[in-house]
Write a protein that binds this ligand. Structure first.
Ligand SMILES: [Zn+2]
Length: 235
């Protein structure tokens, strides 16, 4: 399983040990988390976190629709409450929606009741608007713990992280994002973008270059659930 995005989850020293001993170091319950999927072909999933944003989300949806590709949006409940009409547009356009907690909380530092509250209220923020039921949960920052895994399992959620971090959230220049993705993307990858950051976003410009180029290279764009399904991990 590709683990290009796992660095955020482990201290550097652990990564060194992991590489040195040449074994797959498994964090507790890690088999329960999707970072990427073994792909039988060149399918990849674009994912966008933290929205909906009053302008950026629609701009990104427009680019995806112009290019005829699908994607998955992991919504922050509070933002969904602010901009329910955008959530509705995302769902009606056929994009997949996932839960990214209600307040973008660091779940690793939250106790069990707070984790449950963040998940349930994040879900309710979307469900109450237009009865969209998601079963994908992306923990903010990829921050996990045994309690997060337990709470997700109890609610029948699949925990989804990523295998390629575009670092668009850090205002990474467009050309750096493009090179990173083109150098690293493989079939089965889950690419992490954001449709909500403060200040100017490099994401729309990167997508305008990346999507046509990835298509040219034979990639098909699918939702996260479709990727999981096609890899045989679906339930
Ligand atoms: Zn996030």
């Amino acid at each position: 399983m590709a683990r290009k995005g796992a660095a955020a989850l482990f201290p550097a020293v652990l990564l060194v040990v992991w590489a040195a001993v040449g074994v797959s170091a498994e964090a507790p319950g890690e088999e329960d988390i999707i970072y990427s999927c073994a792909a039988v072909d060149r399918r990849i999933a674009l994912t966008f976190d933290d929205g909906p944003h009053p302008t950026l989300t629609r701009e990104i949806m427009g680019i995806l629709e112009e290019n005829g590709v699908t994607a998955t949006f992991f919504l922050v409940g509070e933002n969904a409450e602010w901009f329910p009409e955008i959530v509705r547009e995302e769902a009606e356009a056929g994009f997949e929606l996932g839960n990214h907690t209600r307040t973008h909380a660091n779940l690793r530092e939250a106790d069990y009741p707070a984790i449950c509250r963040e998940i349930d209220e994040g879900e309710r923020a979307v469900w109450e608007n237009f009865e969209y039921r998601t079963r994908l949960l992306r923990p903010p920052g990829g921050c996990l713990s045994d309690d997060v895994i337990r709470a997700a399992k109890e609610r029948d959620y699949t925990l989804v992280c990523w295998s390629v971090d575009t670092r668009d959230w850090a205002h990474t220049p467009t050309d750096v994002i493009v090179k990173n993705v083109l150098d690293n993307a493989e079939g089965g990858d889950i690419l992490l973008f954001h449709d909500y950051i403060s200040g100017d976003s490099p994401t729309p410009a990167a997508l305008r270059i990346l999507i046509p180029e990835l298509k040219k290279r034979g990639f098909d764009f699918v939702t996260v659930s479709e990727l999981i399904e096609s890899s045989g991990k679906g339930r």
